[in-house]
Design a protein around this ligand. Structure first.
Ligand code: ATP
Length: 192
C-alpha cells in the first residue's frame, strides 16, 4: 500500500489536522494516511510546559480520527531515538513495513524550511513528498523536484497554540475540536 506519513506534535489535534488528513485520503493520493504523533523531548515536558503527555496526545488523536476511514494514528516514533529525524523515521518505517511505500506529507510552511532539515536531499531523492498549501506560505511550483507533488486541501486558520491559549483563558474553541477531544481535555484538565 501507499502510506502517507503526516507527523506533528498534535498538542492537541484539531480540525485543521483531521480535515486535511481526510481530504488526502479521499482524493486517493494515498491508500492510508498515518498520523505520526511525535514524542518530543522529554526534558521539555516539565510542569511549566504546555506539552501534554505523549499518551494524552495519542489518545486525543485516536478519538478525533476514529471516524475517518483510511486515517490511522501511529506511535511508531515512541521507540526511536530523540530527536526523531524524518529521514530516520522513514528509514525505520521501510524496514518495519517493507511491503508498503511511504510518502511524506508536509505543509508549504515546512517546505520553506525543508533545506535545513537533516538529510533533506536524501529525503527528496528517496521518497515522494506531498505538499499541502498553508495560508501565508508561497510555493514556487516551477522549481519543485520531480518527487514533489502539491495538493489542494481545505484550509482552516487554526493552530494548536490558539486552542491551548483558549483553554487557558477558560474559553475552549470547541468549533475547531472533535467533541470527544474537547471532553478529554476537560476531563484530564489539560492546558490549564
Ligand atoms: P502548534 O500551534 O502547537 O505549533 P500546529 O497546530 O501547527 O501546532 P502541529 O502539531 O505542529 O500543529 O501540526 C502538525 C502539522 O500539521 C504541521 O506540520 C502543520 O503543517 C500542520 N497543520 C497545523 N495546523 C494546520 C491547519 N490548520 N491546517 C492544515 N495543516 C495544519
Amino acid at each position: 500500500m501507499r502510506i502517507g506519513i503526516y507527523g506533528g506534535s498534535f498538542n492537541p489535534i484539531h480540525k485543521g489536522h483531521t480535515e486535511l488528513a481526510a481530504s488526502i485520503v479521499q482524493q486517493g493520493l494515498v491508500d492510508e494516511l498515518w498520523l505520526l504523533v511525535s514524542p518530543l523531548n522529554p526534558l521539555k515536558q516539565d510542569a511549566t510546559s504546555d506539552i501534554a503527555e505523549y499518551e494524552h496526545r495519542l489518545n486525543m488523536a485516536r478519538l478525533a480520527t476514529e471516524p475517518i476511514v483510511g486515517v490511522k494514528v501511529s506511535d511508531f516514533e515512541r521507540h526511536l531515538p530523540l530527536p526523531s529525524y524524518t529521514i530516520t523515521t522513514l528509514g525505520e518505517l521501510r524496514k518495519a513495513y517493507p511491503e508498503h511505500e511511504f510518502v511524506l506529507v508536509i505543509g508549504a510552511d515546512n517546505w520553506e524550511q525543508f533545506p535545513h532539515w537533516y538529510h533533506a536531499q536524501e529525503i527528496i531523492d528517496t521518497y515522494s513528498i506531498l505538499i499541502y498549501r498553508r495560508p501565508g506560505s508561497q510555493l514556487d511550483e516551477s522549481a519543485l523536484p520531480s518527487s514533489v507533488q502539491v495538493v489542494d486541501t481545505p484550509l482552516y486558520d487554526v493552530s494548536s497554540t490558539q486552542i491551548r491559549d483558549s483553554v487557558k483563558k477558560g474559553r475552549m474553541m470547541r468549533r475547531w475540536l472533535d467533541a470527544r477531544v474537547a471532553r478529554y481535555i476537560k476531563k484530564h484538565q489539560l492546558y490549564r
